[in-house]
Write a protein that binds this ligand. Structure first.
Ligand code: SAM
Length: 229
């Protein structure tokens, strides 16, 4: 069955506004409700993909707080923070670590209009010392209450929405897919529209079939697969 045109339009509208140059790296943030809330905020802001380093032997898990956002914001798991940071730096990201250090800056004084990665730490112990030493700029969100820190998902949302605000003011928000790295737009659109067919193609090691202007697959597929679309 073809995708409903309205659904296809919605997928395209969301992908058109995704930003590949805004991301988060979560260091041992492993509580499902926190991870879920963070991915939901990433989706709301338009983050294309997120990154995580998990506690040894753990994999990220989500709960209903995510509202399915893990389907729309892939979370890349890295073996350790140094590797993750090196990868982000090689891709041109400026890395902002969230922790209190003497040289930490109020997040409202920073410019997040360029490629930006926020590094967030675990609920109990925050960022590790090794990671804190590797970031380009430590930042903090000023606190005026009795409690010293925010919940990590709240801190993430605060920072992401500030980045979104700054980019909006600067007229830098993508409108037509220009925030998605070259060559990935059609691939992602296909995966969002037809996840089962995409998985089948990957298993078969064959390219995704083309889509017509209304989002229908413009190629004959095996009957069994067509029934699952
Ligand atoms: N005891 C931990 C510490 O000393 O860092 C508290 C960790 S806090 C509950 C969890 C994470 O949320 C932090 O590692 C940081 O990433 C983020 N966070 C919380 N409050 C923040 C704030 N005011 N400014 C920046 N980041 C904050």
């Amino acid at each position: 069955m073809p995708l409903l045109p309205r659904r296809f339009e919605r997928l395209r509208a969301v992908l058109d506004r995704r930003m590949g140059d805004l991301t988060v790296l979560l260091e041992q943030v492993d509580k499902p409700h926190n991870l879920s809330a963070i991915l939901r905020s990433c989706d709301a802001v338009g983050v294309l993909e997120a990154h995580a380093v998990c506690l040894a032997g753990r994999m990220p898990t989500f709960n209903t707080t995510a509202q399915g956002s893990q389907k729309w914001v892939p979370l890349h798991v890295h073996p350790d923070s140094a590797t993750a940071l090196a990868g982000l730096r090689a891709r041109g990201f400026r890395i902002y670590g969230t922790h209190l250090a003497s040289e930490a800056r109020d997040y409202r004084q920073c410019d997040f209009t360029g490629p930006t990665a926020f590094v967030l730490g675990a609920e109990k112990w925050g960022l590790s010392e090794e990671t804190a030493a590797l970031v380009d700029q430590p930042i903090f969100i000023p606190m005026h209450g009795m409690v010293q820190s925010l919940n990590v998902s709240v801190a993430t949302a605060t920072l992401l929405f500030e980045a979104l605000r700054q980019r909006e003011v600067a007229g830098l928000l993508p409108q037509a897919g220009e925030g998605v790295p070259a060559g990935r737009y059609q691939t992602l659109l296909f995966e969002w529209a037809y996840p089962q067919v995409a998985a089948w193609c990957r298993r078969q090691d064959r390219p995704y079939p083309p889509l017509d202007g209304e989002g229908a697959i413009a190629e004959e597929l095996p009957r069994q697969l067509r029934l699952r679309c």
